[in-house]
Write a protein that binds this ligand. Structure first.
Ligand code: URA
Ligand code: CA
Length: 433
C-alpha cells in the first residue's frame, strides 16, 4: 500500500477500506508516514468527507493507536459525559454526584482547562486538599465502594489523535465533521465507559457556531458510538451566553453546591437534568427519560446528591465542610461591580469573550503552562432577557489585583443592552438515533 495512492483515492471522492484506514493511522503514529502526506489526506477528507463506516474505522484506528482504560473491574454500566467545551460550564461537578447518588458508577477521567473554557480538575482543586493523582487501583476501589471518583488524564491515550489534531490546527482542516467527530469519540471510547452522553454546544462560545452544524456533529458522534458498540446520546445546548452565573473555579464549585441543593441557576439545573436523564436511562436504571428525570429530582430534593458530593470530596482528600461553608473556598481580595451605563434589557452576553475576560483575571490559562488563580472570576448578575437600569450591576468581578480596567472594558464590549432581547433556547434538541 502506498500513501500517495490513498490520498488520490480520497481526493477522487472514493471510500477508503478498513485496512487502508488502519494502514494510514498506524503508519502516521509510528512516524513512517510524514505530516505532509497526512495533511493532504486531511484536506481531501475536508472536501470529499467520509461515510459512516469510514468514520467508525478512523475512530477505532485512533483508539487502537495507544493505551485504553480498562474499567471492567468496576461493577455496573459505566456512563461517561463529555462536553464540547463551554464557558462557566459547571455541569460535570453537579452531574457526577447527582448520578452517583442513584448508584450509577461515575468513573471519570478529566482534564484541565485551556483558554476561555474551564476544566473539571481545576474546579475540583479549588477544594482544599482535593487531589486527582490517585492510582488506577484506588480509582477502581473508590468507584466500586462509593460509585464516584475522578482521576487525572493518565497514560498514552490516542496518540494518533494528538498528532492529527495538531496537524489539522495548522493546515486549516479542523472544521471537518468527520475529523472532529472521530477525534472526540476516539478519546471517549479509549476512556473505557460503556455508554456516552454528549453535550454538543452551539453559539458564540462554542466550536460549532450554528445549531445546524452542532446537530450534524452530534449525530455523527452518536452514530460512531453506536456503530462501535457504545450506547451514545447527545444534547445540543446553547452556549451563546455563559452557563449559570459563575465563571471561575471557586465560584463554580459554590454554584454546583447550590444546584445540588436545588437552588442553582435555572439554566444550569435544566441542562444538568437534560444530560443526567440520558445518563440514567443509558445506565439502564430507568425505562424512559421522564422516569429518569423524576429520579434525579428526587435525589436533589431528599439531599442524597449533596451527601454524595461530600462523600466524593472526603474520599479524594478534600475538606467536605466547604459544602456547608462555601466561604471556606479560596476568596478573591477585591470585589468590583460593573454598573450598567444604560437602561434596557440584556440582549447579548458573548460567551467566549466573557470567558476570556475571566481568563485575564487568572481564572483560566492563556497557555498550557499558565498558573491559574482558583479564587478569581466573574459572577453575572444579569442574563439575556433581564431588565437593567443605569447603575445596576451587570457583573461582579472577583479579582486578586486592584486594577481591572482591561476586564471591565471587555465586559462592556461584550454585554449588549437593547430595548428588547430574544432569549435563547437552552436545549436545542436531543439526538438519540
Ligand atoms: N475537539 C477535539 O478533541 N477534536 C477536534 O477535532 C475538535 C475539537
Ligand atoms: Ca457557571
Amino acid at each position: 500500500m502506498r500513501m500517495v495512492d490513498l490520498i488520490e483515492k480520497k481526493r477522487n471522492g472514493k471510500e477508503l477500506t478498513t485496512e487502508e484506514i488502519n494502514f494510514i493511522i498506524e503508519g502516521y503514529t509510528k512516524g513512517d508516514i510524514p505530516d505532509y502526506q497526512v495533511s493532504a489526506l486531511a484536506m481531501a477528507i475536508y472536501f470529499k468527507d467520509m461515510n459512516e463506516r469510514e468514520r467508525a474505522d478512523l475512530t477505532m484506528a485512533m483508539v487502537n493507536s495507544g493505551e485504553t482504560i480498562d474499567l471492567s473491574a468496576i461493577e455496573g454500566v459505566k456512563v461517561d459525559k463529555h462536553s464540547t467545551g463551554g464557558v462557566g460550564d459547571t455541569t460535570t461537578l453537579v452531574l457526577a454526584p447527582l448520578v452517583a447518588a442513584l448508584d450509577i458508577p461515575v468513573a471519570k477521567m478529566s482534564g484541565r482547562g485551556l483558554g476561555h473554557t474551564g476544566g473539571t480538575i481545576d474546579k475540583l482543586e479549588a477544594i482544599e486538599g482535593f487531589h486527582v493523582e490517585i492510582t488506577k487501583d484506588e480509582f477502581t476501589q473508590l468507584v466500586n465502594e462509593h460509585k464516584i471518583a475522578v482521576i487525572g488524564q493518565t497514560g498514552n491515550i490516542t496518540p494518533a489523535d494528538k498528532k492529527l489534531y495538531a496537524l489539522r490546527d495548522v493546515t486549516a482542516t479542523v472544521e471537518a465533521v468527520s475529523l472532529i467527530a472521530s477525534s472526540i469519540m476516539s478519546k471517549k471510547i479509549a476512556a473505557g465507559s460503556d455508554a456516552i452522553v454528549l453535550d454538543v454546544k452551539t453559539g458564540a462560545g462554542a466550536f460549532m457556531k450554528t445549531t445546524e452544524d452542532a446537530k450534524e456533529l452530534a449525530s455523527a458522534m452518536v452514530r460512531i458510538g453506536n456503530n462501535v458498540g457504545r450506547k451514545t446520546m447527545a444534547v445540543i445546548s446553547d452556549m451563546s451566553q455563559p452557563l449559570g452565573f459563575a465563571i471561575g473555579n471557586s465560584l463554580e464549585v459554590k454554584e454546583a453546591i447550590d444546584t445540588l441543593k436545588g437552588q442553582g441557576p435555572a439554566d444550569l439545573e435544566e441542562l444538568c437534568l437534560a444530560l443526567g436523564r440520558q445518563m440514567v436511562y443509558l445506565a439502564g436504571k430507568a425505562s424512559s427519560l421522564e422516569e429518569a428525570e423524576e429520579m434525579l429530582r428526587e435525589v436533589i430534593h431528599n439531599g442524597k446528591a449533596l451527601e454524595k458530593f461530600k462523600d466524593f470530596i472526603r474520599n479524594q482528600g478534600g475538606d467536605p465542610s466547604i459544602v456547608d461553608h462555601p466561604e471556606k473556598l479560596p476568596q478573591a481580595k477585591y470585589l468590583i461591580e460593573v454598573p450598567s451605563r444604560e437602561d434596557g434589557v440584556v440582549a447579548e452576553i458573548i460567551a467566549d469573550e466573557i470567558g476570556t475576560a475571566a481568563m485575564l483575571l487568572g481564572a483560566g490559562r492563556a497557555t498550557k503552562e499558565s498558573e491559574i488563580d482558583l479564587a478569581v472570576g466573574l459572577m453575572l448578575n444579569k442574563k439575556i432577557g433581564d431588565a437593567v437600569k443605569v447603575g445596576e450591576s451587570l457583573v461582579t468581578i472577583h479579582a486578586n489585583r486592584e486594577q481591572v480596567e482591561d476586564v471591565i472594558q471587555m465586559i462592556y464590549d461584550n454585554i449588549h443592552i437593547a430595548d428588547h432581547a430574544d432569549v435563547p433556547v437552552l436545549v436545542h434538541g436531543i439526538v438519540t438515533e
